[in-house]
Design a protein around this ligand. Structure first.
Ligand code: PLP
Length: 456
């Protein structure tokens, strides 16, 4: 047996005790979210009706760099953490690159993706505050599955609005949520005002994350003892995901390496921020020069082609106004198979970091993403989620650059989830039925013109 070590795993007692809040270390803090009615800077209390109080405070906390992980949440993290840091020898060989490629394997969580890291935290805080019911939306179903399980763990009732097209195309994610005891409704539905409004205007609407969010918030507001939870975009969600990067930091140390490039796929920013921020802190505080790349789909390019402005997080305009890179809350992306990346905006922290050139973004076409996913599957034996394929494609681009220059760069990417419940998408790719989507600058601009300046 060679002494080339393949996987790095932490003991249970080495699982981090704190999450990392990058807001405390940012030189330019994110602009404040605005109250949609008064247009004044949002205070934690303004969000109490919607989210658990502790999460409202985490959301706007710009002073504490370290936030303690509650013991009950750490206990549940032990069910699947640490996740392995893996040296991708197979992929390196397939590419013939001198680069050292590592991936953090979040697909080993019970529900198959990183989403459980925040679901457990959010359900825990709700339980602590005496909440009995939680609502949420889900696109591809990963977040809904994570939340349904987390609700069960902490004895809460969960109601999930699933975007209609994936409710129909991904029936197994629905069954997973139902197996964990959640109530699942296809969105848009007639059960809320937001759903009724959009169905009246567009009877065949296939749904979007924005609409499903509106429905879930509305249900939380009219149900006693009920809070809403969100699986991405918001700063507290990314905070919980920093467990990924904090573990990876220790594991890279075990491997005796430090990343030159860190990559994550990008929907709302939680897994990208989760793997990146703990390393980015060394760029901010110690002048390290690691590059950070967010890989988004070309059909939903808010970071590479969107505009930085105040916008709503949902279709109906129930959320606070967030300062972010956006394509407009009314943007309706093409039905690509990476459902978790079909969101119109980026989180406020990442938006500020991109504006300040502390990170980069690339867009990846659907076919390149699946090609990368198949190569990875054949080289490493894990079928990646269609979302994760975007990070893999970006890592492959970087590794190929190293092949040209001969540089032995250290590339780390996050494998946000596995694709075993997304085989319908792979079927379509293998049958040659998937296409790339072109989005014109005019389309993007027209959509942004429609929403105008919301901060005034
Ligand atoms: C939800 C999801 C994403 C995208 O969400 P982020 O908040 O940007 O991380 C990526 N990968 C998988 C597997 C997901 O389930």
């Amino acid at each position: 047996m060679s002494n080339k070590r393949k996987r790095y795993i932490l003991q249970e007692e080495e699982i981090p005790h704190y999450w990392y809040n990058i807001q405390a270390d940012m030189v330019n803090k994110p602009l404040p979210p605005l109250h949609p009615g008064t247009k004044e800077a949002l205070k934690p209390e303004d969000m109490y009706p919607i989210f658990a109080k502790e999460l409202c405070h985490q959301e706007l906390n710009q002073t504490d760099a370290w936030i303690e992980i509650p013991e009950e949440v750490r206990e549940m993290y032990k069910y699947y953490r640490s996740t392995p840091l893996v040296r991708a020898y197979g992929l390196e060989k397939a590419l013939g690159t001198p680069a050292h490629i590592y991936f953090k394997n979040e697909s080993v969580s019970p529900i198959g993706s990183h989403k459980l890291n925040s679901a457990l935290a959010q359900a825990y805080y709700c339980k602590e505050e005496g909440v009995t019911n939680i609502t949420t939306e889900t696109g591809a179903g990963q977040w809904g599955a994570a939340l349904s399980y987390a609700a069960k763990v902490f004895g809460l009732e969960a109601a999930v609005y699933q975007v209609k097209i994936s409710y129909e195309q991904k029936p197994y994610r629905r069954s997973i949520m139902q197996t964990f005891g959640a109530q699942v409704t296809a969105s848009p539905s007639m059960s809320t005002r937001a759903g009724k409004n959009i169905l009246t205007a567009h009877p065949n609407y296939q749904g979007s994350l924005g609409t499903a969010i509106s429905e879930a918030i509305e249900l939380a507001q009219v149900t006693p003892n009920c809070k809403y939870t969100l699986g991405s975009v918001l700063s507290h969600v990314t905070l919980h995901q920093t467990i990924i990067g904090l573990e990876a930091e220790k594991q890279m140390e075990m491997a005796g390496e430090y990343p030159d490039v860190v990559i994550g796929c990008f929907g709302g920013g939680s897994n990208f921020g989760g793997i990146s921020f703990p390393f980015m802190r060394h760029n901010i505080l110690e002048g390290k020069k690691t590059r950070f790349i967010a890989a988004e789909p070309a059909s939903c390019p808010k970071l590479t082609r969107g505009k930085f402005q105040y916008d709503f997080g949902d279709e109906a305009g129930y959320t606070p106004l967030l300062p972010m890179f956006t394509l407009g809350h009314n943007f309706s992306p093409a039905h690509i198979h990476a459902g978790g990346l079909r969101y119109h905006g980026a989180g406020v922290i990442v938006s500020q970091l991109l504006k300040d050139n502390l990170m980069e973004a690339v867009d990846i076409q659907q076919l390149e993403s699946f090609e990368a996913g198949c190569l990875f599957a054949q080289a490493e034996g894990i079928i990646p989620a269609p979302e994760s394929c975007h990070a893999i494609a970006s890592a492959i681009r970087e590794a190929n650059k190293c092949k040209e220059t001969g540089e032995e760069q250290v590339i780390l990417f996050n494998l946000s989830g596995h694709g075993l419940i997304d085989m319908v998408s792979y079927d379509k790719y293998l049958a040659g039925d998937l296409v790339n989507y072109a989005l014109s600058d005019e389309d993007i601009q027209q959509n942004l013109d429609k929403i105008g300046d919301l901060s005034k």
